[in-house]
Design a protein around this ligand. Structure first.
Ligand code: SAH
Length: 227
């Protein structure tokens, strides 16, 4: 069971992503609890303001420390958290191995940034882990939080009905996944590799492994140099 608390100024953006398919099933089965908190509820400001002008006169707005500190302190008073994660494009990448690690945790907070990002003091004093979902800039951290949550929750044992399926996905074992096919074996002359219909389990395993290796060498040779 993992509990994920997401802190956001746009909680509406996170209403859809966790209500379908594997993630919904994981929540229904009690394997994951996902809560979205509106940062504005923690603002001391009478207009529920959560941002302010940057010191030094740069363009754009910066998310203030106060509401973020209040939200995190409130959550921490209720339970212990393994990580307080800030989503940011300048952070280390969210990879399958990070997803595997997070999926073993009990309680995590994900803080979504907006505007120019959060006041650096939030990152220095409150955040314990920072993650980027890729080298591009989004307008807010919600989509990044949705990506991280989905990647983590789908691999919790029991979330995917056949748990061996998650283990054969790309990046587990540093390999891309082999191609997959389903019926019919011949669609208008487009045939599936014969070995797959041979019924010979060991040969099929070998074929899958060779395909995965070949595809990884061709498309992502960097994965093979990793260790
Ligand atoms: N000024 C910042 C970008 C702010 S983008 C910079 O140049 O680094 C606004 C918010 O969107 C960020 O605070 C972060 O929470 C989120 N965000 C944008 N791109 C992201 C990415 N690639 N991965 C994770 N979060 C991202």
């Amino acid at each position: 069971m993992i509990r994920i608390d997401i802190i956001s100024v746009l909680p509406g953006l996170l209403e859809g992503p966790f209500d379908h398919s594997i993630i919904k099933r994981a929540r229904d089965k009690g394997l994951a609890e996902i809560n979205v908190h509106n940062l504005r509820d923690y603002s001391n400001n009478k207009h529920r303001k959560v941002d302010d002008y940057p010191f030094g006169g740069e363009a754009g707005m910066v998310m203030s420390v106060q509401p973020i500190e209040a939200a995190i302190t409130q959550l921490k008073s209720e339970r212990n958290y393994d990580e307080v994660i800030y989503t940011s494009p300048d952070a280390p990448k969210f990879t399958q191995s990070v997803a595997n690690k997070l999926s073993n945790m009990k309680n995590i907070i994900i803080l979504c940034g907006h505007y120019k990002g959060v006041d650096q003091r939030v990152r220095d004093h409150l955040v314990t882990m920072e993650l980027s979902i890729g080298d591009y800039v989004l307008s807010g951290g919600e989509l990044a939080a949705a990506v991280i949550t989905d990647g983590v929750v789908r691999i919790i044992p029991g979330a995917i009905s056949d748990s061996s399926s998650a283990l054969s996905d790309s990046f587990q074992d540093n390999l891309l996944s082999a191609p997959v096919y389903t019926r019919p074996a011949n669609y208008k002359g487009w045939t599936v590799p014969e070995v797959l219909t041979s019924g010979h389990a060991a040969k099929i395993d070998d074929w899958r492994h060779e395909q995965a290796l070949e595809k990884t060498r061709r498309l992502r040779p960097d994965l093979l140099d990793d260790d």
